[in-house]
Design a protein. Sequence first.
Length: 156
Amino acid sequence: MSPTATRPVPLTASADIDAPVEVVWAAVSDLRRMPDFSPELRKVVPLGRRTSGVGARILGLNRRGLAAWPTTSRVTRWEPGRAIAWRTRQSGATWVYELEPGPAGGTRVTARRVLPAYTAGTALLAPLIGGAAGHDRELGDGMATTLARIKAAVED
């Protein structure tokens, strides 16, 4: 791995959505809908009875090119109308969506991936996904795509 591939880059994207916070929150906080928005996440299956709130667990099925893999995540932050976050066990990444009132009654949504370091699993998977740094670039683009799809869904 090259020196730039040994550390994850910070990933963030924001979008202004012409819909009230409550409407955007309904879309973002329903993790079963995330495959509708994400270019990589194909399916989400709740694990256990709890389907929302801190502690809820999900199984995610991901696909990138010919590579497909499952992940398990746990919701670590749940602030209705303000923020949701979940930590993916395999990568160690925490995915955060923060909402705030935007101009003219709309909502500003900021998505972030918090990842202090790559896990051993990421290093093993890297050759199959085009390298960790390449995947980071694609994930950054994917965050913008995800927000654009959320925007299109809730503004209709």
